[in-house]
Design a protein around this ligand. Structure first.
Ligand code: FMN
Length: 145
């Protein structure tokens, strides 16, 4: 069984709900998922020991939340190259955070990314629940057995 770490940054909870649904998708594929608020991770050691990763932040003022920026600087030191990964986040109209996280994981950390990031206005709208679960399932299917 693989272990997936899903880290979120949120102000009003939408991105946390998406993280929990991604975790459900991972578990439906028979793997373990751990969900964490970015503010609770203190060192790169907290990021080590997982087989797959998903990082997400809501977009505010065209940017990711500060807690996710701090998390990405920790991740830079955690040697995550080649690990299956995805990025996600809630947004209102522009959603810059999701793609910036995705591109950082791809181009700086050299992770094995899913085809695209998951962008949702809400997990409760427009099939968001199913899309978030499916994103978790796809990530789980990339885990090396
Ligand atoms: C002050 C403020 C600024 C925002 N700026 C943006 C923005 O630049 N682009 C965008 O797509 N959404 C923006 N939003 C919308 C949030 O991303 C959206 O409400 C999202 O669901 C919040 O997710 P969260 O509950 O995980 O914090 C903004 C919301 C507020 C209240």
């Amino acid at each position: 069984m693989g272990r997936v770490l899903i880290v979120y940054a949120t102000r009003t909870g939408e991105t946390r709900d998406i993280a929990e649904l991604i975790a459900e998708g991972v578990r439906l594929e028979g793997h373990e998922a751990h969900v964490a608020d970015a503010r609770t991770l203190r060192s790169e050691a907290d990021l080590r020991g997982y087989d797959g990763y998903a990082f997400g932040s809501a977009t505010y003022h065209g940017d990711m939340l500060p807690a996710m920026k701090t998390l990405l600087f920790l991740a830079e030191k955690a040697d995550l190259e080649g690990r299956p990964a995805g990025a996600f986040g809630a947004f209102g109209w522009s959603g810059e955070a999701n793609d910036r996280i995705f591109q950082t994981m791809k181009n700086i950390f050299r992770m094995d990314m899913l085809g695209d990031c998951l962008r949702l206005k809400s997990s409760r709208l427009g099939g968001g629940l199913q899309m978030a679960q499916e994103y978790g399932r796809q990530l789980a299917r990339k885990l090396k057995s």
